[in-house]
Design a protein around this ligand. Structure first.
Ligand code: ARG
Length: 251
């Protein structure tokens, strides 16, 4: 009797197993190919956390791109400094992080058409004696590691005076704690940080004009062309502008 029961059990188990495997396979057939957006979500309004979710201009544009390509968007949050190497070592991955096109980066990744402009800005404490860019010399400047702000600050004021943080948000903490005297960072996040933190202000000087674009693995023309076509369509039909306006309402 026991034996029969055991056999019946085993049979039921096998049938269940086969059934569930089968349904998994069906799911797989419906599953869309994944498209990985590599970003650093410390950069509002382009990418930041809202609870558990990564939201922002880049996240929304990326979702529209994935929809167009009929792929499933997966957002991978990593250090800004790791995005380029990640993109170069993974398939179906692109970097989208308010990333500025620079000649140096163009040597290691390919960029799509630019979808937004950035300007470098300087954040200081409200009562700071720093009034102009020249006043920055000899001061401690906080930047996000390997961003263009880091490159400018190090080139212009010397790396001894530059404090590199992994997260853009930590630059601001450093400024509030008095560990640095100023932060050089892109204008859009700078505005958000000044709004969200008491006692900070923006200097009235713009630093450098930049173009943001999507980075893909060097030489992956297939992915580059797909993304480029999608982003170009989204620029031309006004979708990109709509998304930007939603996050950066013009005053
Ligand atoms: N635009 C600057 C750069 O390309 C800063 C980008 C930082 N982005 C970020 N998601 N933290 O270097």
């Amino acid at each position: 009797m026991k034996k029969t029961l055991a056999i019946v059990f085993a049979l039921i188990l096998t049938v269940c197993c086969i059934a569930s495997c089968g349904s998994k396979k069906d799911d797989a057939a419906d599953e869309k190919e994944k498209l990985y957006m590599c970003t650093n979500a410390t950069f509002p309004p382009y990418e930041y956390y809202d609870g558990e979710d990564i939201v922002g201009i880049d996240a929304e544009i990326a979702q529209k791109i994935a929809d167009k390509l009929d792929m499933e968007l997966v957002i991978e949050d990593m250090e800004f400094n790791s995005i380029i190497s990640y993109v170069n070592s993974h398939d179906n991955a692109f970097g989208m992080a308010g990333m500025t096109v620079t000649p140096d980066r163009q040597e290691s990744v390919d960029f799509t058409t630019s979808y937004a402009k950035g300007i470098q800005s300087v954040i200081v404490a409200e009562d700071s004696d720093i009034k102009t860019l020249d006043d920055l010399s000899g001061k401690k400047i906080g930047v996000q590691l390997t961003t263009t702000g880091d490159i400018y600050a190090s080139d212009e004021f010397g790396s001894d005076y530059v404090v590199q943080y992994n997260k853009a948000t930590d630059c601001v903490l450093g400024l509030k704690n008095g560990d640095v005297d100023a932060v050089i960072i892109d204008n859009a996040p700078a505005q958000v940080f000044v709004e969200e933190n008491d006692g900070l202000k923006l200097l009235d000087t713009d630093y450098a004009d930049e173009d943001y674009a999507i980075a893909v693995k060097k030489g992956d023309t297939e992915l580059l062309n797909k993304l480029d076509k999608a982003i170009t369509e989204l620029i031309e039909d006004g979708t990109v502008q709509q998304i930007v306006d939603k996050y950066i309402p013009s005053k």
